[in-house]
Design a protein around this ligand. Structure first.
Ligand code: HEC
Length: 399
């Protein structure tokens, strides 16, 4: 048998024989995935924490929140493409190449009873009881990472597109779907970012046997020794099938190893910086948004002493701008939705598709109030917010 004679050459592959773990498409996909994910996280965070000082500073430097949103959408398209290519590849493998075992079996990504057993064994092994489980092509944590991305793509991707095409979505679904989309999108995305930057980084790269980085996803190759050590079940399967000799290759060239290290480390550093920033923003969020509002203002002075109407001390810069940034900015930061940009005083006063939305002195004629009063606008002010808006307009809509 041809395969049998090939297996006799197996010794040639040791000790520095390598086998291919990931093909070119896997590797390119992973690189594009990294770039788009980091891009989405880096542009999504300032949008999510648009009240935080660092986010506002950053937005000034790069041309405003509209510019950030534009890049966010570009990275979203990139990630959608990788996702589509991956799904297409799975269908091609299954339907055209008729490859078996995509959905079940030793090489499948689907979690199987074995994975649950190995999870338990693995934790016993951590505690020094029992032997390390014999992992196969994909270990349980790798399947979990993979499915997390899958689920994340659905939850974050779909809600993202709902907001992107919110005018269409508002026509198809009730308004609360848009509100809910924003909530899911930003909370789930934060979770995904923390998950990837902490759990995935640690699992894949900071494991003792791979520390400080596993570059196999970039080089595609791993040594047969590492395979034997780390994934004995896969080693046995490949050996039995006589595929190890056929799969055997040379060690990855130095340039590739070095690029993998540089690229991988850069991605990890960017990820950790993002985690630090977002943790900081997340845990100081309340205090940051308060700092942007009235409590920080001097409580004596002309604004208070000359007050006759309730809204006379309200200004765009101190009160209404931050309020609308909080409640309206996800949709009205560029002019793509209803032609309305509420991100600056000038653009808010310029109005939207239907003309001015703020008419100083006349809240009842101001569309910004008119759309908010009945409730149920995709971005809705609470009662306090609405009365502040009304009072501010009544008092002349001061800057
Ligand atoms: C989740 C997205 C979303 C948020 C957040 C949002 N809006 Fe809107 N807004 C829309 C959509 C979609 C339309 C167009 C609706 C339509 O065609 O009926 C719109 C239209 C408007 C219009 C009409 C503009 C025109 O010229 O026709 C005004 C005014 C408006 N919004 C004010 C606000 C204010 C004020 C806030 C914040 C308190 C806000 N919106 C938050 C989605 C949003």
């Amino acid at each position: 048998m041809a395969i049998a004679t090939e297996t006799t050459t197996e010794t040639r592959l040791e000790p520095d024989g390598h086998y291919w773990r990931f093909n070119l498409l896997h590797r390119i996909s992973h690189v594009v995935l990294i770039v788009s994910f980091l891009g989405l996280a880096a542009t999504g965070m300032p949008l999510r924490f648009n009240q935080a000082g660092w986010a506002i500073d950053f937005s000034h430097r790069v041309g405003g929140f509209d510019a950030i949103l534009l890049f966010h959408k570009a990275f979203a398209i990139l990630l959608t493409l990788v996702f589509a290519v991956h799904i297409g590849y799975l269908f091609w493998l299954g339907l055209v190449k008729k490859q078996k075992g995509i959905l079940w079996g030793p090489t499948s990504m689907t979690p199987q009873p074995r994975d649950a057993r190995q999870l338990v064994q693995h934790f016993k092994w951590f505690l020094g009881r029992g032997r390390r489980p014999k992992f196969g092509r994909f270990a349980y944590w790798e399947k979990f990472d993979y499915l997390a991305v899958f689920w994340g793509m659905m939850a974050i991707g779909l809600t993202g597109y709902v907001m992107w095409f919110s005018e269409l979505a508002a026509r198809l679904f009730p308004g609360w779907i848009l509100n809910l989309s924003l909530l899911i999108h930003s909370e789930e995305a934060l979770l995904a970012a923390w998950f990837i930057f902490i759990v995935h980084f640690f699992n894949s790269h900071l494991r003792p046997e791979k520390f400080p980085m596993d570059d196999v996803v970039f080089t595609g190759r791993e040594s047969i020794e590492e395979l034997q050590e780390g994934r004995p079940a896969e080693y046995a399967r490949l050996t039995e099938a006589g595929m190890l000799a056929a799969a055997g290759g040379e060690a990855p060239p130095l340039w590739l190893k070095n690029s993998a290290r540089i690229g991988g480390w850069s991605a990890m550093v960017v990820g950790f910086v993002l985690v630090a920033l977002t943790m900081y923003a997340f845990f100081t969020e309340g205090s940051v948004s308060e700092a942007a509002g009235p409590p920080d203002r001097p409580l004596v002075g002309p604004a208070l002493t000359t007050t006759t109407t309730p809204g006379a001390d309200l200004t765009w810069d101190w009160d209404i701008g931050p309020l609308l940034a909080d409640r309206c900015s996800t949709c009205h930061t560029d002019s793509s939705i209803a032609g309305l940009n509420l991100s600056s005083y000038e653009s808010a006063m310029a109005g939207g598709r239907s003309g001015p939305v703020i008419i100083p002195g006349d809240p009842d004629a101001s569309l910004a109030v008119v759309v908010q009063r009945p409730g149920g606008h995709p971005g809705q002010l609470d009662a306090d917010g609405l009365s502040a808006l009304v009072a501010w307009i009544e008092a002349g809509a001061r800057r």
